[in-house]
Design a protein around this ligand. Sequence first.
Ligand code: BES
Ligand code: ZN
Length: 442
Amino acid sequence: MTSAVDSLLEFLRFPSISTDPKNNSDVRACSDWLMKTLSGMGLSTERYETPGHPVVVAKNVHQKGKKNILIYGHYDVQPVDPVNLWTTPPFEPSIRNKIIYARGSADNKGQMLAHVMGVKATLEKHKELPVNLTFLFEGEEEIGSPNLRPFLEKHKAELPADLIVISDTGMVGPGIPTLTYSLRGIACLEVLIKGPQMDLHSGVFGGAVMNPLLAMARLMNSFHDPEGKVKVEGFYNNVKNVADWEKANWKNLPNSDEEIKTLTGVKKLFGEPGYNSREHTWARPTLEFNGAGGGYLGAGSKTVIPSQVILKISCRLVPEQKPAEVLKAVEAHIKKHMPSEVSYEIIPGHSGSPYYVDPFSDHGKAAQRALQSTFHRETAFIREGGSIPIVQDFKEVLGADTLLLGLSLPDCRAHSPDENFPVENYEQGILLNQYLLQELAK
Ligand code: BES
Ligand code: ZN
């Protein structure tokens, strides 16, 4: 019989990168593997085609009177570049010091399979589950889940849910059971800045034509004040203060200033005055540049004025901010601050709403008991800076709240080279899921 760790290693070998069409068949092969694994456990399993990557749904036999629990995860992963910075190849999982290194190990295959293996263990022990379970696994989370909300709307009747459970966030530190009660939302856009019709000789035309790179630099410089506060008009509308109970709780967590410095290697932290780094990353909105490019970046120098340049922006949003409103405000800012010598085009990207849920609800308390049984420690209550856009859609379409029970560690390097997930966290996750099913059934 394959062990739980061996199953995870198999799962991690699929290069299921959702963003690159070159990997489409790998994403599909990964969904095949999932189908086989889930039906092998005795669950009824179905794959749904979408305009993008398939959705996999698996259920036990549902019975009247049992609670309906939907567990969500994503089997797609981020691209691997810069691939030369990986110690071992991203899709050849390697275990060093009891830590599994592979793309997707933390985000989200390791955490997702902990759910599956927890259910498998429960089935092996008790023959049936104490709840009506629906697994919903998608292959497009890392590209903004473009097809999942329509899927939920279409298949709502087949997706009964009193509660959603997701492990796709982090633990605040090793061995610290963590319940996440808020996620930031996201709103992305690209700005294409157009100058001359073609790349120009910078000696022949330079001085008489505005360089689109200069226009982009001026635009970029207009978005923040020197200390990092976003200057877009209306950007902070609807942003609520962090509650006193949250501040009091966060004071007891490991020092995030020190953590961010060691994890990232930056010289000095940066951010809006008046807030600490927990608040900066968990409870304040941001506007970030994710990419800026154009002109010559090859070896040596090439004296050229580029015809076009591109700027990629994403905003992280906090509860009660609306992606569409923030996008409108950012577009108005661009219109006002773009130098008049260039023209431009805005290409909207994906977006997703922020999420907030009461961690002390009955479901939240059941989760705390399961966490206590697994880790033998008091639960830490946190927000997270990352986004899982479908969580608010679950609330709106299926009418259910989500428990976010993250298992990855602060140094998991999600989206980076040497992404990793300790075997111990995987095993704790498997145990946690067994306790959780029992607690939720009570
Ligand atoms: N697992 C993350 C989300 C996450 C990371 C939540 C860390 C909390 C802490 C997820 O896979 C992810 O990366 N989401 C993207 C969403 C985007 C592509 C729409 C993100 O946050 O950038
Ligand atoms: Zn991710």
